[in-house]
Design a protein around this ligand. Structure first.
Ligand code: DX5
Ligand code: ZN
Length: 212
């Protein structure tokens, strides 16, 4: 299992230190939640802060856009060379065009589904993305309760096996040491965890407990 700590739950007063610490503690990716106050009822960080994170991170960035204007934000963040940029199915009209644009920047495109968006929406876009991010909470905030989306993970896995076997499945929201084993069994490749990791005294122990 790859583990991507979400810095949304980090202490923003000492953000650089937090990023350095989770990277040293065994994170595989640094998950960066970008919210615009329109697509979701919350705002987080913009290019100035994400650039500062990129400068101190020793692991690749995994940028999760929760915004209305995806194209604008892709252009903004592409120079930081993240490993992944994930955009929401629900906020974009031109999925194929946007995935291609991200790929043209040399970045891996990933598509996100909210908990109530059906897997059937992925049928035509799946072969153009490198990862599917399944939300296990409604996007906008850290620290929410996990929604059991196991059926959805299974359906996504089936579609991936048929249409794009190298595509990864990432799950984001309410991930902890209780649900990690079932997520692994169901076929998840990458988990995002915010409050679980940053709420732990020992980041190393918390990350280790998710690497199943
Ligand atoms: C929610 C964000 C998540 C969030 C996860 O909109 O996409 O990445 O930070 O936080 P936890 O792990 O606390 O649910
Ligand atoms: Zn996220």
């Amino acid at each position: 299992m790859l583990v991507a700590p979400s810095i949304l739950s980090a202490d923003f007063g000492i953000l650089a230190k937090e990023v350095v610490e989770v990277c040293a503690a065994g994170a595989d990716l640094v998950h960066v939640d970008v919210m615009d106050g329109h697509f979701v009822p919350n705002m987080t960080i913009g290019p100035v802060v994400v650039k500062a994170v990129a400068q101190v991170a020793t692991k690749p960035l995994d940028i999760h856009l929760m915004v209305e204007d995806n194209t604008f934000f892709v252009d903004l963040f592409a120079p930081l060379k993240p490993r992944f940029i994930s955009f929401h199915y629900e906020s974009e009209r031109h999925h194929h065009r946007l995935a291609q644009k991200i790929r043209d920047y040399g970045i891996k495109p990933s598509i996100v589904l909210n908990p109530a968006t059906p897997v059937a929406c992925l049928e035509d876009i799946i072969k153009y993305v490198d990862m599917v991010l399944l939300m296990s909470v409604n996007p906008g905030f850290g620290g929410q309760k996990f929604i059991p989306i196991y059926d959805k993970i299974r359906q996504t896995k089936e579609l991936i096996q048929k249409r794009n076997p190298s595509c990864l499945i990432e799950v984001d929201g309410g991930v902890n040491d209780h649900n990690i084993h079932r997520l692994k069994e169901t076929g998840v490749d990458v988990v995002v965890a915010g409050s679980y990791i940053f709420g732990h005294k020992e980041y190393k122990m918390a990350i280790k407990s998710l690497k199943v």
